[in-house]
Ligand binder design. Structure first.
Ligand SMILES: [Zn+2]
Ligand SMILES: [Zn+2]
Length: 394
């Protein structure tokens, strides 16, 4: 019988190969809104059909949209909210929020009327009525409290900051229904409440995409630079995950150390815990004496493959939110901007001053090696010149 089944499978595969056809739904379509609707439309799997992807990347199509086109597309998304195609509406709103600056007020009100609160990034420029509606729902809506707090975190305006501060001082009755204090949701949107109750951003506004290719020793940015010293835990030779000239951020010395910073790490051990370093003012960097060995480390790490040296170069400037959600159709390797969390937001605390460290850059393993996954994150404490690296994957 296995022989008969194997032959049937062979015949089926041969039939699919012979009859499979390319279907290009974009042929003859020039309207960018129609193109995006087609890109976002879910497709039924059919072994006989090979869907031809659009020849321009989805994020680039969004970047080319005029205001009128953004409005048409958001109107289309609004019409899908609460329908069987609700997921398409969420995908479009996520892209509009990250890639454009079009107001989404009407869509947000429609989301609220169908008790939908995601994608939370879409709420970042909410008008006051949407914000107040969200706050008023928190008391009663236990089921959606988590999503409502995420949406509020993304709004993050003076009113939300003041509300979060009130909850920090006087925890609300429903605090017990959450895993973390309500004010800590702010980190999912890249900020925290400073001790004085003010908003403190945990990322740099300036964002530049990083694309595959050698930096050609440009001197302003290098990823994965070799080092001489070895990891005291596993013996692997260390790398500088990033070597950055901080003039790229366009900030003064009160916000970021001027000149070069290096962010050293062990590419093996940082997959299992935070690795701290110190970026000295003379341009060198070292392993931090405050590092604490992770509880688990693999025993066979010596046989692991090494990350390629110098695999990334500076690409185009982008909005700080261009990669702020892991479900966005874009590339994730990036200098500055808001990080792409695969799991919960996790900014290390500086081991020297205990302040939350700022996100500096991230490297998506998939951008530099095929069939890889996971993101390496780099952080800096601007006051102490302490650096950190972490890693997340699905
Ligand atoms: Zn190591
Ligand atoms: Zn510090």
């Amino acid at each position: 019988m296995p022989c008969v089944q194997a032959r049937a499978k062979q015949e089926r595969d041969a039939y699919i190969r012979a009859n499979r056809r390319d279907v290009n739904e974009f042929e003859g379509v020039s309207d960018r809104v129609e193109i995006l609707k087609t890109i976002h439309r879910p497709r039924k799997f059919d072994p006989l059909v090979k869907w031809v992807p659009y020849h321009i990347s989805t994020d680039a199509v969004y970047l080319g949209l005029e205001k009128e086109e953004c409005e048409r597309l958001s109107g289309y998304a609004e019409g899908l909210i609460g329908t069987d195609s609700h997921g398409v509406a969420e995908d479009i709103l996520r892209c509009l929020a990250a890639f454009t600056d079009i107001p989404l007020d009407r869509c947000l009100r429609t989301l609220l009327s169908s008790s939908s609160f995601s994608p939370s990034i879409a709420f970042k420029n909410s008008p006051p009525d949407v914000r107040d509606n969200l706050i008023s729902r928190l008391e009663e809506d236990q089921e959606n409290r988590n999503h409502i707090l995420l949406a509020l975190a993304w709004i993050g305006d003076a009113e939300v900051v003041s509300q979060f501060q009130k909850w920090r001082v006087n925890p609300p009755d429903w605090r017990g229904s959450l895993f973390i204090p309500p004010e800590d949701y702010s980190r999912e949107a890249g900020w925290e409440l400073a001790p004085d109750g003010q908003r403190r951003d945990l990322y740099f506004e300036k964002a530049i995409g990083l694309r595959k290719g050698s930096s050609n020793s440009s001197g302003v940015l290098k990823a994965i630079a070799p080092r001489e010293d070895s990891c005291p835990w596993c013996g692997f030779v260390l790398i500088d995950l990033f070597h950055i000239d901080t003039s790229l951020f366009g900030l003064d010395s009160s916000q970021v150390p001027q000149g070069e910073i290096r962010i050293p790490t062990c590419e093996v051990c940082t997959a299992f815990g935070t690795v701290f370093g110190v970026s000295e003012s003379n341009g060198t960097a070292r392993w931090s004496e405050r590092n604490a060995r992770p509880e688990y480390l693999p025993e066979d790490s010596k046989s692991w493959g090494r990350l390629p040296i110098d695999p990334l170069q500076l690409g185009a400037d982008r909005s700080p939110f261009f990669a702020a959600d892991q479900f966005l159709p874009t590339s994730f390797s990036q200098l500055g901007g808001h990080p792409t969390w695969i799991q919960d937001a996790s900014y290390p605390a500086c081991p020297d001053c205990e302040n939350t460290m700022m996100f500096v850059a991230q490297l998506d393993h998939d951008d530099i090696e095929d069939f890889s996954e996971g993101l390496f994150y780099a952080f800096l404490c601007p006051n102490c010149r302490t650096t950190a690296t972490t890693y997340q994957q699905t």
